[in-house]
Design a protein around this ligand. Structure first.
Ligand code: AMP
Length: 414
């Protein structure tokens, strides 16, 4: 099988790593990729938002499967010309990707499907926003309706700041605050059959103890020893399957990866958000535990044959990933610094390094090229072991101004 992966972050490196270990995969390509992905796949400098260019590349390569990683190309509709050209693609159509591309659309689908989520108002004027804020009270939750690369959501006690954020957006969703721990549950679906993966938790804030600004994610782990028994079955029954059924009923079947961000509140499980793609950094740990070869699973989703697949097999142990970010991340990441110690971190097989924002320099050296730079990942018999190994690998890597959290999976590992 020839596989083309679209994207260039640590999520795509994790996908490429798993695909490269699948004996069914004979050729692996990635566009645009990064310095780490270059070690397992052939890179192509193609604009990931350009559906025609991606389709031309897939045709030229004779790709049997295209896997679209990030939300931006999905929402831009890159999967559509691929499908139209008869190429199997893992990832939803532009219409179905609105589940992530528009919070208001997602709320409407959830209402139609009877999926439990925060009560909300969609507001387009300052007056409406002010009324919605006062209807729910503090803490205020204000979400930009459209894609905002993790910067669209403000959760604050400060009414003025909440209103300010609302004024900066064309259309906002204002909703009730959900308390309780958050869980990320991914499911692979072909539009009918839904196959949940193992739950994970990520760490959104930049600094230890969940302090500092929101980021794309600073680390993740799986499994969740504290999660209630039967959580996956409950979410499949009350959230994932009804959502997939509702989208099919509306004539916009969703195939690809359905990501449910959940809050386990005192009043039950609620959806915080949906995403239309694998989450980063949770993918790094979820795929680290998947034993079933990945390509066949993704192809079955693309082909509509998931129901025929054997149950997924999982490593019984744990996986932890810790993100190394550049100085100034998330506001003003500094780039272009050489990274030392990458080989040493992986030398004894303790950890493996997934690249996010990296590129290869003129002399073949690896340079920082983004806010989140690396995702240092390890597996172990339990979270304590996986965590120790990930941090041992991370300790061997350095670049100017590198920052990371020291408490990823710390509480869960105790
Ligand atoms: P989202 O992009 O919708 O996932 O929001 C980003 C983050 O904001 C989530 O991971 C939560 O930590 C927080 N958040 C979003 N919606 C709510 C809510 N209704 N109540 C509390 N926190 C929320």
């Amino acid at each position: 099988m020839k596989v083309l992966v679209i994207g260039g972050g640590a999520r795509e490196h994790a996908l490429c790593r798993s695909l490269s270990q699948d004996p069914a995969v004979t050729e692996l390509h990635c566009a645009p990729g990064n310095a780490g992905i270059a070690r397992v796949a052939t890179l192509h400098p193609v604009d990931q938002l350009d559906g025609a260019a991606v389709t031309a590349l897939a045709q030229e390569l004779g790709a049997d499967l295209v896997v679209v990683g990030p939300e931006a190309p999905l929402v831009a509709g890159v999967a559509d010309p691929l499908r139209a050209a008869g190429i199997p693609v893992f990832g939803p159509s532009a219409e179905a990707a609105q589940l992530e591309g528009s919070k208001a659309f997602a709320k409407d689908v959830m209402a139609g499907a009877g999926v439990p989520t925060a009560r909300s108002y969609v507001c387009t004027t300052e007056q409406e926003a002010a009324e919605a804020l006062d209807a729910f009270g503090a803490p205020y939750v204000v979400k930009d309706d459209g894609l905002a690369a993790g910067k669209g959501v403000v959760v604050t006690e400060d009414r003025a700041a909440a209103l300010e954020h609302a004024k900066g957006c064309d259309r906002v969703v204002i909703e009730e605050y959900l308390d309780g721990p958050e869980v990320s549950l991914f499911a692979i679906t072909d539009g009918t059959t839904v196959l949940p993966l193992v739950p994970a938790q990520d760490f959104k804030r930049a600094l230890d103890g969940d302090q500092g600004p929101n980021t794309g994610g600073m680390g993740a782990y799986t499994p969740l020893p504290w999660a209630p028994e039967g959580l996956v079955e409950e979410v499949l029954r009350t959230v994932l399957q009804p959502t997939v059924d509702e989208l099919r009923r509306r004539g916009t079947p969703f195939s690809g990866l359905l990501y449910a961000g959940l809050a386990l509140t005192s009043r039950g499980t609620r959806v915080v958000e949906f995403n239309a793609r694998f989450g980063d950094p949770e993918t790094q740990v979820v795929l680290a535990r998947l034993r079933t070869p990945l390509a066949g699973v993704l192809l079955a989703a693309a082909d509509g044959t998931l129901a025929e697949l054997e149950p997924l097999r999982w490593d019984e142990g744990a996986a932890v990933t810790v993100v190394m970010a550049s100085e100034g991340y998330p506001a003003n990441p500094r780039t272009g610094d050489p990274i030392e110690g990458l080989d040493e971190a992986e030398a004894d097989g303790t950890a493996f390094v997934l690249h996010a924002g990296t590129r290869t320099g003129a002399a073949g050296e690896v340079l920082t090229a983004g806010g989140r730079v690396l995702s240092v990942t390890a597996t172990g018999a339990d979270l304590a072991e996986a965590r120790a190994k990930a941090y041992a690998g991370l300790a061997k890597i350095s670049f100017k101004g590198a920052q990371h959290r020291t408490d990823i999976a710390a509480v869960a590992a105790q």
